[in-house]
Design a protein around this ligand. Sequence first.
Ligand code: 13P
Length: 341
Amino acid sequence: MNVEQLITVANEIVGPKKGILAADESSPTIKKRFDQIGVESTEENRRSYREMLFTTPGAEEYIGGVILFEETLGQSTSDGVPFPKLLSDKGIIPGIKVDKGAKPLAGYPGEKVTEGLDGLRDRLVGYRDQGALFAKWRAVIDIDEAQGIPSRFGIEANAHALARYAALCQEADIVPIIEPEVLMDGAHSIEVCQAVTEEVLVEVYRQLAAHRVILEGTLLKPNMVIAGKKCPEQADVDEVANATAITLLRTVPGAVPGIVFLSGGQSAVEATAHLNAINALGEFPWEVSFSYGRALQQPPLAAWGGKPGNIEAAKAEYYKRAKLNGLARSGDYRDEMENAA
Ligand code: 13P
């Protein structure tokens, strides 16, 4: 294991102004996104959409890493440059989603556990040969207070899988991004989200320690602490920032180089405003950044609509979101910037 390299890569991904583009939608998920804009999800359409994002000039100032789906890791630009090389040449580190998705947890109706550990050691060697220097594994924790969800067992099972994945990644010189996502789909309050997120993160770091994972060579990808979408009482930006900062300070060791939030269904503007407000609170022991999927891609996806004539407009939308999130890294984002040309 090359510990020095793990630490260097983890820190580079969250270098000044930088965050991550999560472009690792699985085939069913990218189909859902394409359905919304009336584009058929063929291999060529998926490839050309990703090429549009990855060739956006200047994005590398704000994007330190891109998470790819397995299919994309093996694809190339229309003139034959493999995507991992295209990204590396721009100074963007290529990463790979390695989990096989969240599946129903036997014995615990309504809960899920993420699969993909069997054979992972061998798959990681192959991804590393293809140029991936970091990986992602997403655990999904739903909240349903009436059903007693999440159960203690559900939290432990997911944390255990995350830690096994992380240890295997480090063995293969791949930086693991540890993503325990507490979903914002329910009707729960921000206080309940905070309590569940705290319990989940405490268990994740207990399991990472038990699995002898070197925290300096990892990144955490958590949800923000936010009320469920169906909760009648929605917290404002400052409340979300405060609750999120308190929760992370209580649970995430200072040895972790960076926290890269998922957007989880927040609008693109909300996700930027929240990240900005958290960073405006002051100094933290870790870099506080983004690893957004929808919050970086929804505006360019809508602008593109599958039409070649819209590619430049779509690239401009992607660049804008990357830049505004880059500014939010230092609390320098302002609402008015949304309307600037
Ligand atoms: P969202 O930002 O759309 O939540 O996606 C991030 C991600 O990679 C989820 O695993």
